[in-house]
Design a protein around this ligand. Structure first.
Ligand SMILES: Cc1cc2nc3c(=O)[nH]c(=O)nc-3n(C[C@H](O)[C@H](O)[C@H](O)COP(=O)(O)O)c2cc1C
Length: 186
């Protein structure tokens, strides 16, 4: 199963649109997919309690993200998506990602399989795809540190809802990522 995470809450979301194209392409090649829309869930960000790295086997916060984190551990690949807000991924998405802290144990060993493909789709109004290098570098580092083979698609110049629809350059890249995922999993 490929798990999709939609980190925008708005209607006609650009990041969710590109996420959908990627997952549809993989599904068309016979791969099972599931999508979680973070905006529909009630959850907290990591509190830094440290329990997950001091005896507990998973994040001790018990909320709507609990099963999503379990699915994240179990997924064969991930497609994550988030809008850029003030130069960083949305809070909805960042709060989910912070809970990944529980994916390492007390010995700092990974609780997730290494080598999984993780696609991250970031959307922004800024027309320059290199406008927020710190975010791209940081996200790549986080994903890599949890054993993921990271691929980041920055979709630039999509400021209004629905702007990504019909952007052939972005649609092609999203579909190509879906093909890569399916090829990796078959
Ligand atoms: C609170 C907020 C902050 C934003 N900050 C930025 C920004 O710093 N740089 C940028 O290029 N776009 C910024 N945007 C625009 C969004 O990144 C852009 O509209 C994106 O396509 C939204 O993705 P979505 O449609 O999936 O929600 C911001 C939008 C909001 C609502």
């Amino acid at each position: 199963m490929i798990l999709g995470i939609a980190g925008s809450g708005r209607l006609h979301s650009n990041s969710e649109y590109l996420l959908r194209l990627t997952l549809e392409t993989a599904r068309g090649r016979g791969v099972e997919t599931r999508t979680v829309r973070l905006a529909e869930l009630q959850y907290r960000g990591c509190t830094g309690c440290g329990s997950c790295r001091n005896g507990a086997e998973h994040c001790v916060l018990d909320d709507a993200l609990t099963p999503v984190l379990a699915d994240t551990v179990g997924a064969r690949a991930l497609v994550l998506s988030a809008p850029i807000y003030y130069g960083y991924p949305s809070g909805l998405f960042k709060s989910y990602l912070d809970r990944w802290y529980s994916f390492r144990d007390a010995a700092r060993s990974l609780r997730v399989p290494a080598g999984r493909l993780a696609v991250l789709i970031l959307t922004q109004g800024h027309p320059d795809p290199n406008g927020y290098p710190w975010t791209v570098q940081s996200m790549d580092k986080v994903l890599t540190s949890y054993g993921c083979d990271s691929r980041i698609l920055v979709a630039a110049g999509v400021g209004e809802p629905g702007d990504a629809v019909g952007r052939a350059d972005l649609e092609e890249r999203a579909r190509a990522l879906g093909e890569s995922l399916a090829a990796r999993l078959s």
